[in-house]
Design a binder for this molecule. Sequence first.
Ligand SMILES: [Zn+2]
Ligand SMILES: [Zn+2]
Length: 203
Amino acid sequence: MTAEKLSTTSTTTISTREAWLEAGVRELLPVFAKAGHDLPPCRVSCGFASTGARSGTIGQCWSTKASEDGINQIFISPALSDAVEVLDSLAHELIHAVDNCKHKHGKEFKKIAASLGMVGPMRSAGAGPALKEKLKLMATKLGPYPHARLSVPKKAATRPPRPRAKCMTCGFIVPMLKQFLHYGPPICPQDRVEMEAIGEWEG
Ligand SMILES: [Zn+2]
Ligand SMILES: [Zn+2]
């Protein structure tokens, strides 16, 4: 197979997520340019947002003010692995970079989003049908996103309530140390009556 044929029929395999995301930014650049927006330099990585792994946030962009060298930083959640979804989220975060995170999802954001063909509630604005087709072509060109979806439980497991003792006469509550649970609930210093065990006393 000639080199020429290779370049037209196969996509190169990008080995790291950052390199893939950077290539994604380069693919999105003309889309932004065509709509009249210059993309600032950005650092892009696969990583959880500051709202936490369980927040369900799929992307986050940080202002140049937050970054020591004044370059926007974008994180795409490890919960995303579909190339088109990743590009979609990346496009959304790049709008925040263009706006330098000044207007959150306000009308200034909306104006840029609409000019790119993004639709939906602005907080979760994503590609409309025309942009989606472009993202699909980009995804084909970029090849597989070198990542595997991390499945993160949405909610933290609820911890059992800590063992405490409560006086049913005055309402006084005192936390109990595990090593003294076998003593049983103490006597209320106010009412001199035995308090009641509340919370998780077992185990
Ligand atoms: Zn946003
Ligand atoms: Zn009491």
